[in-house]
Design a binder for this molecule. Structure first.
Ligand SMILES: C[S@@+](CC[C@H](N)C(=O)[O-])C[C@H]1O[C@@H](n2cnc3c(N)ncnc32)[C@H](O)[C@@H]1O
Length: 199
């Protein structure tokens, strides 16, 4: 699915998403695990940040300067009302040039919406956007093969794609990162999070 179409769908879901997720701790344990690998530095980017902002809260408690990117203008507008101290941008991670390097980059349940043929370039961009010994946390579909799946969410149909776990691991190494942790955190759901660190 084209990222712009994904963004329009999330525009329509922004208020519902906030109601559903307000106060949620979904993914926070994974973020806290990722932060145990972060040695130094103070700049964090959340890709596909949405509007609820629990990752911002955890990162700001640890004195990170936070930035967030999302393709949905409505998600970013709602996030801006809640987190005026965060540098928020409406944009597509496929085409958005990272303006700097970050010590921590997160992409929780966002890049799994990318068209299959964009994953490699986006992963390279995120790895290259890490500062020295920076840490990347992202989720992807589990399984060994590349593929596309469709699903209903918030009354809308979405597309999800994955290169498969072995290919993500191989690419991370090729793009200068080493895997620190891989977990099927919702087993038996086909959902994986990975933590990688710049070598
Ligand atoms: C399932 S929501 C997750 C939001 C947030 N990460 C969270 O866990 O609460 C997916 C988010 O990714 C954003 N997104 C999807 N594709 C994107 C892209 N190509 N560039 C930037 N954001 C994207 C959507 O607009 C949406 O806000």
């Amino acid at each position: 699915m084209d990222p712009l179409e994904t963004g329009h769908k999330y525009d329509a879901l922004a208020s519902w998403w906030l109601e559903q997720m307000n106060g949620s701790t979904y993914g926070v344990a994974a973020l806290e695990r990722a932060l145990t690998f972060a040695e130094e530095g103070r700049d964090a980017l959340d890709v596909g940040c949405g509007c609820e902002g629990r990752f911002f809260r955890v990162l700001m408690e640890r004195h990170f300067q936070c930035a967030g990117l999302d393709i949905s203008g409505e998600m970013i507008a709602a996030a801006a009302r809640r987190y005026p101290q965060v540098a928020l941008t409406v944009g597509d991670i496929c085409s958005w040039p990272l303006p700097r390097r970050y010590d921590v980059i997160t992409a929780w349940d966002s890049t799994f919406h990318l068209p299959l043929d964009r994953h490699e370039a986006v992963l390279q961009k995120l790895c290259e956007g890490l500062s020295r010994r920076g840490v990347l946390l992202f989720t992807c579909g589990g399984g060994e093969e590349r593929g596309i799946a469709r699903g209903e969410f918030g009354g809308k149909s979405f597309e999800y794609s994955s290169l498969g776990v072995p290919e993500f691991v191989r690419l991370l190494w090729r793009f200068g990162c080493a895997i620190q942790h891989v977990e099927y955190d919702q087993y038996p759901e086909n959902h994986v999070y990975m933590i990688a660190k710049k070598r």
